[in-house]
Design a protein around this ligand. Structure first.
Ligand code: PAF
Length: 289
């Protein structure tokens, strides 16, 4: 079956209704397009959970701050469609801004509390309100059996678990492992912003996180580890560092001393035009994905 692209909620629902009538399971992979191998791996994971895979492509204006890269964000629908077709995805949902937010749209979805006002929530006020709003809409529009999200945006994944449970949205939320380039850089659409010189520097983030992870698992104190890590990231040419922090892998509460439970180390730092984020699991085991 080759890829079909629809642009309206009505057409999306008609396609899903037909599959449901045939008794098929449906997975949704929400994206903002500019697809890369990381996204394709999400569709492959989706395929293991469902008979039909939908990829939504929508650069959601409500999750970008006024001085962020909404205008510059790469929009590459024809290339994305080719990749999805080659990956065997059945349906691409690519709505317009008017389709998602028609005149009179007035509803917000806010996840309160410690999970949204730290890390990217502190650096990008309002970001997770926009994510919660658009993902709630996408889940209710498609009503898939499951939806797949990458762990690179680990905080986003935790926020989505939270509101999907709080709002009783009957969709299984599934986290997918971070996909990395050969030199360890986490795959991201924003890697396209990097110059060749910056691209050579970018894997520093993964190296520093891996080093801190090993030492934290070995029982080292968190404070000095993070101080040294910050120095290495700044020396490599990143500026500023929005955060380099170790937090509980489930609640995202700060861990200030030694890491004795499942946790994550998170980083966000700017390199030229790109703001890169990454994270690693520390003492993995019972954390939620
Ligand atoms: O992770 C992303 O690409 C976006 O935040 C998402 C989940 C598609 C919502 O716009």
């Amino acid at each position: 079956m080759s890829l079909t692209t629809v642009h309206t909620v009505a057409d999306l629902r008609a396609a899903v209704a037909k599959w449901r009538a045939e008794g098929l399971r449906v997975a949704l992979v929400p994206t903002m397009g500019a697809l890369h191998d990381g996204h394709i791996s999400l569709t492959e994971l989706a395929r293991t959970h469902a008979d039909r895979v939908i990829v939504s492509i929508f650069v959601n204006p409500t999750q970008f701050g006024p001085n962020e890269d909404f205008g510059a964000y790469p929009r590459t629908l024809p290339d994305d469609q080719k990749l999805l077709d080659a990956a065997g995805v059945e349906l691409c949902f690519a709505p317009s801004v008017d389709e998602m937010y028609p005149d009179g749209f007035a509803t917000k979805v806010t996840v309160d509390g410690g999970m949204t006002n730290v890390l990217c929530g502190a650096a990008r006020p309002g970001h997770f309100d926009g994510v919660a709003q658009v993902v709630t809409k996408l889940l209710l529009q498609a009503m898939p059996d499951c939806a797949i999200f990458g762990q690179k945006d680990y905080q986003q994944l935790m926020v989505i678990h939270r509101f999907a449970a709080d709002l009783n949205i009957p969709v299984d939320i599934i986290g997918a492992k971070i996909q990395r380039e050969e030199d360890g850089l986490a795959m991201s659409s924003r890697n396209r912003y990097l110059t060749p010189e910056e691209r050579a520097i970018a894997p520093t983030l993964n190296r520093v996180l891996a080093d801190i992870t090993t030492k934290a698992q070995g029982g080292a104190d968190v404070g000095p580890l993070l101080a040294k890590g910050r120095e290495e990231i700044l020396n490599a040419g990143f500026d500023p560092i929005d955060y380099l922090e170790i937090r509980d892998g489930k609640t995202l509460e700060l861990i200030g001393d030694k890491v004795s439970k499942p946790a994550r180390i998170f980083v966000a730092a700017r390199l030229g035009k790109a703001r890169l984020i990454d994270n690693h699991a520390i003492n993995p085991g019972i954390e939620r994905t």
